[in-house]
Design a protein. Structure first.
Length: 62
């Protein structure tokens, strides 16, 4: 698991984005070059659209 400011910033961004979309994070792990998420999302949000939104928003802010 990646330690330091980058990992903490990434975790905070993902939490913030998920809260805005009413997505609940069940489990997650941040590594140096990727992350794993298990989420519970409203049925109106397609999994591919959720991933697209998470990647887009977090990459612009990081």
């Amino acid at each position: 698991m990646l330690k330091g400011d980058g990992a903490l910033r990434c975790q905070d961004l993902i939490r913030e984005i998920c809260q805005a979309k009413e997505v609940r994070i069940v489990r997650g792990a941040v590594s140096a070059d990727h992350l794993h998420l298990l989420v519970s999302a409203p049925p109106q949000i397609a999994p591919s659209k959720l991933v697209q939104y998470l990647k887009g928003r977090s990459s612009r802010k990081l």
